[in-house]
Design a protein around this ligand. Structure first.
Ligand code: G3P
Length: 214
């Protein structure tokens, strides 16, 4: 399973790159707004730091606007993946991007049919938002299982990119279900390695090491 980081904060991206297991980055308009900086400036800085797919989202909601923004974003760098919402005009734009050789990440997916239609349109990635489904007492990870089965049934190569991850168990389940990518907030990435028995065990080793004659 590939690890992307779901952030536009440069310090977090640098730290995740330093860990050596980061495969890509996803952003969205809310994450860009949190930086307080211009979109293009942030995007170019991320592209300098990360050697992998970087998702950048269109903000138009009509076909002409989305395809224009997609063309502009894709021209910035070969690693750009254009993020497009799974709405009527969005699906038309995804098909256009596929025909133009522009990679897409279809976002705001909350049901399996949205995922099937995105795949039929030629999406590179589908982003089901698991945390936001859990937030409304639905089952986000059940959606991942359903999409996995549908894509496998018909041999779609659209990659399942688990988004809106809130905690390590979302990552564990994503890996068990065969999701292709998990896009993970920085604070969840840092919590993935933590285990009290690891900390206690290390502490004991270091204490015992002091008793070894030098
Ligand atoms: O980037 C899309 C998605 O990961 C957003 O997550 O936490 O705003 O639901 P969240």
């Amino acid at each position: 399973m590939q690890f992307f980081i779901d952030t536009a904060q440069i310090d977090e991206i640098r730290e995740a790159v330093a860990l050596g297991v980061l495969d890509g980055v996803t952003t969205n308009p809310s994450l860009i707004a949190k930086t307080g900086r211009p979109f293009r400036e942030v995007l170019e800085e991320i592209l300098e730091i990360v050697d992998g797919p970087v998702s950048a989202e269109v903000t138009a909601t009509d076909y002409e606007g989305m395809t224009r923004e997609a063309r502009e974003l894709a021209a910035i760098h070969e690693n750009i993946v254009v993020k497009i919402p799974v709405i009527h005009d969005g699906i038309k734009a995804v098909r256009w991007c596929r025909d133009e050789g522009i990679r897409t990440n279809v976002t705001l997916c909350f049901n399996p049919m949205q995922a099937l239609i995105a795949a039929k349109a030629g999406a590179t990635y589908i982003s089901p938002f698991v945390g936001r489904l859990d937030d409304i007492s639905s089952d986000g990870m059940e959606l991942i299982a359903e999409i996995r089965q549908i894509y496998d049934n018909y041999g779609f190569d659209t990659e399942i990119l688990v988004a809106s991850i809130r905690h390590p168990m979302h990552c564990v389940q994503a890996a068990l279900m065969g999701a292709d990518v998990a896009t993970i907030p920085f604070k969840v990435i840092t919590s993935l390695l933590r285990h009290p028995l690891t900390d206690n065990g290390l502490q004991r080793f270091l204490e015992d090491w002091k008793k070894v004659p030098r």
